[in-house]
Structure formats: structure tokens, C-alpha cells
Design a protein around this ligand. Structure first.
Ligand code: RBF
Length: 172
């Protein structure tokens, strides 16, 4: 399986733009808290590591992943943000609830991105088992919260570059 071969949380730190000038929202779902809170730690620490100021990182907790899009909208309406990162973990059960939740969150965040013209990052794990979740929340497949933060920084920087009129972005 391809995912067994790579840990996407490993990235070229030197290539990542500084997050110093950006403001972020992080919305975290409380279902499967040992997983989502580990995602949050990875995400928050990565933003700080790349220059984001504590005062420019706003955090909100929501009950479950289904509430992530609504929480994200409340965040962006309240604060001036460059990106909103949504973190959750929906573990597949005996019924198809996970498909409804995942689909709703994915399309909710896509809609928000299109309406606001800003990145709303999908940092929701969709594993079959708790073990797969742990593997992706600081385990052998890295921490997807770190990757969500990296994506948010890159997308915020992309918007800035376009505003600045750069015509060639990402290929040096
Ligand atoms: N929320 C999650 O973030 N992860 C889950 O694994 C999860 N499983 C759920 C399973 C069922 C059967 C139900 C009804 C809800 C579940 N939720 C889960 C909560 C959901 O995201 C939401 O908070 C509630 O449905 C209330 O809108």
C-alpha cells in the first residue's frame, strides 16, 4: 500500500514561506479527543515553528466533525483570518454515518473556500480503525495536523503572492 511507504508530515522546512504575517483559525472536533487533540498539538506547534504569533492563532472546539464547517464559518466571521484549519477524526463504524459526516464536512469546507476565497483546510482523519487514526496523529504515518498547518501556510502565502502580482509561483 502506498501509504505504508511514506510519511507526508516530512516536508522541506526551508521551502515553506514564513507564517509571521498570517492569522489562522483552528477548529477542533471533540469526538475521538485523544486523536484530534494530538492533531491540534501538531498543527499549532507547526504554525508557531514557522513564525505565526500566538495572538494570531484562534482556536475553537466543536462537538463533532459534522460541526466543523459551521464552526469554521463562525471563526472567519469573527476574526480576520488568512486560513482556517479544521481537525477531526471520523472512524468507520458498523453503519454508514461516517460517509455522511465526511461528505458533509468536505463539501461544507469546499463551499466556504469558494465563498470566502480563502483556504479552509480539511484536516479530518477518515480511518477504518482507531489504530489507523493513531498512526496518523503522531504515529508511524506522521501527524496530519502538521500537514494541515503546512497546507494552510502555503495557501495563505499563495494568496499573498497573487495579490503581489507574481505570475509564476511555486516553480523556481
Ligand atoms: N463525530 C466525529 O467527529 N467522529 C465520529 O467518529 C463520529 N461518529 C458518529 C457516529 C454517529 C452514529 C453519530 C450520530 C454521530 C457521530 N459523530 C462523530 C458526531 C457528529 O460529527 C455530530 O457531532 C453529531 O451528529 C451532531 O450533529
Amino acid at each position: 500500500m502506498a501509504s505504508a511507504l511514506k510519511n507526508l508530515s516530512t516536508y522541506d522546512e526551508a521551502q515553506l514561506p514564513s507564517a509571521e504575517e498570517f492569522a489562522f483559525g483552528i477548529v477542533v472536533a471533540d469526538w475521538n479527543p485523544e486523536i484530534t487533540h494530538a492533531l491540534y498539538e501538531g498543527c499549532y506547534d507547526t504554525l508557531i515553528k514557522h513564525g505565526a504569533k500566538e495572538a494570531n492563532i484562534h482556536t475553537a472546539q466543536v462537538p463533532g466533525s459534522f460541526e466543523l464547517p459551521a464552526g469554521a464559518k463562525m471563526m472567519i466571521d469573527k476574526h480576520k483570518l488568512d486560513a482556517v484549519i479544521c481537525l477531526g477524526c471520523v472512524i468507520k463504524g458498523e453503519t454508514s454515518h461516517n460517509e455522511y459526516i465526511n461528505q458533509a464536512v468536505a463539501s461544507g469546507l469546499t463551499n466556504l473556500s469558494m465563498v470566502y476565497g480563502k483556504p479552509f483546510i480539511f484536516g479530518v482523519l477518515t480511518p477504518n480503525t482507531e489504530e489507523q487514526a493513531r498512526d496518523r496523529a503522531g504515529g508511524k504515518h506522521g501527524n496530519k495536523g502538521v500537514e494541515a498547518a503546512v497546507t494552510a501556510i502555503r495557501m495563505a502565502a499563495l494568496k499573498d503572492s497573487l495579490k503581489a502580482g507574481q505570475s509564476r509561483i511555486g516553480f523556481s
